[in-house]
Design a protein around this ligand. Structure first.
Ligand SMILES: Nc1nc2c(ncn2[C@@H]2O[C@H](COP(=O)(O)OP(=O)(O)OP(=O)(O)O)[C@@H](O)[C@H]2O)c(=O)[nH]1
Ligand SMILES: [Zn+2]
Length: 357
């Protein structure tokens, strides 16, 4: 296997290659983060797999690192047990969410995902609002969104529901599958070619694990068993891992991707609801509230049936949610900065007092 093939099978692409100078190619080598633990990173590259420490020092030097990231390691350290991380390569896409608990800001979930499969069951789980929520998150991340409508075998209105999803965006890829049928899952292969990274999003029971197992094939299913062990408590942190698919793509399996609140997601929302954004620009008044103003293009679209009332309401709801969450982050950051400044002032004052005494 050549070096290039090996890196490609880990998801290496021209986008990353372009970020390295010739000198760097001689002095460094890239590795991909396949799994993230609390204080360790499992990485893999042309030199094989290894484990790197993920310490506060690394964090402050390189910023947060997450599964899917590409790192440059120092070539001269190959024989050493702990190679130095030179830098993290710029990301092609990035999923993040509001950090839980007292932590300030956003928490990285996964980086460099090419395609996110938004899995939604065609029966009980079928919900356009949920699909719009996930679409906003995926668009914000920079990954390509593909809606995968699962459990087609259990639904008689599969075609009608597929059309409903397609109406959300005529350019969107919408695929109807039965996860239990491997031939049907083959429809996803165009997005699973060698060098690509895919992830599965969707609510519990939507059929993600079933699809993931089909995509991974028999050979890798054993990894799933190990993963189950983990969730029973071998690791306290949530495990996020990238697994290799037989066709050469990588698949990201992380529970953290499954339910995400909107935060810092203004662009993703605007892209998902581009039709409404465009209508709003056609309103007669620049500050139109889209309720009963004359010349309101949105009200007009509702009346003539080109815009669904549900979609407009949901857009407003998601906007409120993202504004609330984003404001909270900004406020918290401002608060943290104030505390930091106060701390510095106190330390400075102490030093001054010492000098005087
Ligand atoms: N009939 C049918 N059943 C399916 C299909 N896909 C999944 N299922 C079943 O639906 C149930 C839930 O599927 P999972 O793959 O575990 O769903 P999940 O999205 O991974 O759920 P979580 O792990 O809770 O997030 C299982 O009993 C599957 O066998 C399908 O296409 N057709
Ligand atoms: Zn208007």
């Amino acid at each position: 296997m050549t070096t290039q093939t090996s890196l490609t099978s880990l998801g290496w692409q021209a986008f990353f290659q372009q970020q390295l100078s010739l000198d760097e190619w001689q002095q460094c080598y890239p590795v991909r983060v396949l799994e993230q633990h609390k204080t360790l990173l499992d990485v893999s590259g042309e030199q094989g797999a290894m484990r790197l420490p993920y310490t506060p020092a690394v964090l402050s030097q390189l910023g947060a690192i997450c599964v899917g990231d590409w790192l440059l390691l120092n070539r001269s350290d190959v024989s050493m047990q702990q190679p130095t991380i030179i830098r993290r390569l710029e990301r092609l896409s990035c999923f993040q969410r509001r950090a839980a608990g007292s932590k300030v800001g956003m928490q990285l979930i996964a980086a460099n995902v090419d395609t996110a499969f938004i899995v939604c069951s065609l029966n009980d789980d079928f919900n356009l609002n949920r699909i719009e929520r996930y679409l906003s998150i995926v668009h914000e991340s920079g990954a390509e969104a593909v809606v995968v409508l699962s459990k087609a075998d259990l639904c008689e209105q599969a075609d009608e529901r597929q059309q409903q999803v397609q109406r959300l965006d005529p350019m969107l890829a919408v695929v109807t599958v039965s996860g239990l049928n491997s031939d049907s899952v083959q429809q996803l292969t165009p997005w699973c070619r060698s060098g690509k990274t895919v992830a599965l999003l969707g609510s519990s029971g939507a059929g993600k694990s079933t699809l993931s197992n089909q995509l991974l094939g028999q050979e890798v299913q054993a990894t799933g068993t190990i993963r189950e062990d983990d969730s029973k408590g071998r690791h306290t942190t949530t495990k996020r891992s990238l697994l290799a698919m037989p066709g050469g793509a990588m698949i990201l399996d992380t529970p953290g991707m499954r339910e995400l609140q909107l935060a810092d997601c203004a662009d993703g929302l605007a892209q998902t609801f581009a039709d409404i954004e465009q209508l709003a620009q056609q309103c007669r008044f620049i500050d139109c509230g889209h309720t009963n103003e004359p010349g309101c293009a949105i009200q007009m679209a509702l009346k003539n049936g080109t815009l669904e009332e549900r979609r407009l309401h949901h857009y407003a709801k998601l906007q409120r949610e993202q504004q609330f969450n984003s404001a909270t982050i900004a406020q918290r950051r401002a608060g943290e900065r104030e505390i930091g400044k106060l701390h510095k002032r106190i330390q400075g004052e102490r030093k001054r007092q010492k000098k005087l005494s």
